[in-house]
Design a protein around this ligand. Structure first.
Ligand SMILES: C[S@@+](CC[C@H](N)C(=O)[O-])C[C@H]1O[C@@H](n2cnc3c(N)ncnc32)[C@H](O)[C@@H]1O
Ligand code: SF4
Length: 381
């Protein structure tokens, strides 16, 4: 199928590489006639039925988080050092390869895909990936396509995300104070993120705010953040800082147990436990005074591994079976070794068979070094 002139012009304007135009072309064809004929390269694997992924502990793997870049336009103090060295662009999977990898997991029973990073919206041409993956929503193979973002580029992309079937997104925001925001993110601007959240809500996206609890930094702001989020119809989830990657400061200085945060909030709000689950590690309460939901992600004070349904792929195609363990499997090699997905599926099977029972995070005085050398921006949280 030849590209039309208008399609070529759109590709040139988007700046994406030619290898990625297959995805773009497919997307355009989808938009033109409403149904997608898969091209021969992508059709090789995809129609074959494959067994669902179940790990050695009987957990169904139905959730894939994909980091599409290790780069970011922020340098959050708990996530990155100020001077980071990033991967050479050549090491990254192309958008076409990312589509192929995600689609292979969808063929194995993954029903939820989260695009993350680094900052996913700084990856050039990323909307073509959303556009192409949206075919799995249309076919019913996927329940949810979603995104975790720092919000800085959201104003430009919110409407398009909604058009590609994204319904809910997570925006990370640790404070409502512009100076503190700059201090935490080192490079970020709060008003840009606020504009992103406005645009997302205007586009009809349901927004959840994620806030990392940082001792001595935002620890007295959670009531205010909650009232603000709930007032705008957004859930708020608080996250304990996890010991990932060298960041140039001690973790003990940052670590604030959420058990303490909850006890403090309970002095001012009536917090009722909820059965509500999103399939993730968060445990929710409702604040009677605001009527909204507040989540707690507590990997350190309470381990959330027993019901873990997820795995993570990095932008270089490395599969991590657990956020809190080093063990990983290279999927880029089998992906590139052949046009068929047989090698890829074999590598996925081998990796899932090694998914561990849980993580071993500890932060205390004897464990101030990172538990794992890699930064959160590698796997995207
Ligand atoms: C790595 S970021 C990637 C997506 C995007 N850049 C963002 O900030 O939302 C995903 C989430 O991980 C959180 N995070 C990063 N480093 C963390 C750490 N050491 N402990 C706990 N959460 C962390 C961030 O706050 C963010 O909510
Ligand atoms: S948490 Fe997200 S926004 Fe902050 S530095 Fe890490 S990847 Fe970037």
């Amino acid at each position: 199928m030849r590209l039309k002139w208008s399609q070529k012009r759109a590709i040139r304007k988007s700046g994406i590489r030619f290898s990625e135009t297959v995805v773009l072309r497919d997307v355009m064809e989808t938009h033109v006639d409403g149904q997608r004929e898969m091209n021969s390269a992508t059709a090789l694997d995809r129609n074959e039925p494959r067994p669902a992924l179940v790990d050695p502990f009987g957990r169904d793997i139905s959730y894939l988080r994909v980091s599409v870049t290790d780069r970011c336009d922020f340098r959050c103090v708990y996530c990155m050092a100020e001077h980071m060295s990033f991967l050479p662009k050549a090491d990254l999977l192309t958008l076409e390869e990312l589509d192929r990898l995600c689609s292979a997991f969808v063929a194995r029973g993954v029903r939820k895909l989260r695009i993350t990073g680094g900052e996913p919206l700084v990856r050039r041409g990323i909307m073509t990936l959303f556009a192409s993956l949206s075919r799995h929503l249309a076919s019913g193979a996927l329940d949810e396509l979603t995104l975790t973002t720092n919000g800085s580029q959201l104003a430009q992309h919110a409407a398009e995300l909604a058009a590609h079937g994204v319904r809910r997104i997570n925006v990370s925001l640790d404070t409502l104070d512009a100076d503190k925001f700059r201090a935490i993110t080192r490079w970020g601007a709060l008003d840009q993120v606020m504009a992103g959240i406005d645009a997302a809500q205007k586009a009809g996206l349901k927004v959840k705010i994620n806030t990392v609890a940082l001792k001595g930094v935002n620890e007295h702001e959670f009531g205010q953040l909650m009232a603000w989020a709930h007032g705008r119809g957004m859930d708020l989830t608080l996250i304990e800082v996890m010991p990932l990657g060298e960041i140039g400061e001690g973790r003990l200085d940052q670590y604030l147990p959420l058990s303490l945060v909850r006890a403090r909030l309970a002095e001012h709000y009536t917090l009722e436990d909820l059965d509500y689950r999103t399939g993730g590690p968060a445990r929710y309460v409702r604040a009677a005074e605001t009527g909204g939901r507040l989540g707690f992600i507590t990997p350190l004070t309470h381990n959330f591994c027993e019901a873990c349904n997820r795995v993570r792929v990095t932008c270089t195609g490395t599969l991590y079976m657990c956020l809190g363990q080093e063990d990983a499997a290279d999927l880029r090699k089998p992906l590139r070794a052949s046009e068929s997905n047989d090698l890829l599926h074999a590598a996925i099977d081998e990796a899932i068979a090694r998914k561990p029972k849980g993580h071993d995070f500890v932060i205390d005085r004897r464990h101030q070094r990172p538990a794992l050398a890699r930064h959160m921006s590698v796997t995207g949280g």
